[in-house]
Design a protein around this ligand. Sequence first.
Ligand SMILES: [Zn+2]
Length: 169
Amino acid sequence: MADLVIPKTILDDIIAHANELTPHECCGLLAGTNGVVSHLYRIKNIVAVEGAQNLSSFDSAKAAHLERLSPDERAEIAFVMDMQDFSAAKKDMRNRGLDLQVVYHSHPHDPARPSVTDIKIASDYEEIWPKINLPIPAYLLVSLMNPTPDVRCYWIKSEHVVSADFVIR
Ligand SMILES: [Zn+2]
């Protein structure tokens, strides 16, 4: 895979989004052409907004577990993108001739590494991306656990996680 190029302004925007949503996780999409990111789409995190009853990507045991948690606690566990926001972003990408390149989200209190849940969801989505005519994206994580935000990027395939190189420019 070629290196991703992420403009500094977009990276700053991701960090600003994370700071605005903390202690909830933020999430969104990055799109561009030929590995160069040019657009950021903020997507509502329904785990933070609506709670666990709307989570379709969790099995019932997990959802039942999530229902007992407060909204803040739930937000720390996972993010699920709002499908209306997602569809609007997808449509805009198509209109502009852009490719989806990255799914980003924040970890307010944890390192910039995919959680067990993140890996499970990403692996479930591997089959979904081609069905909705989108390439399998890289996953960018921003951690706010230290005063300086930590940003890292990964490929997640078949529950395997590998670092993805990216250049900030
Ligand atoms: Zn996560």
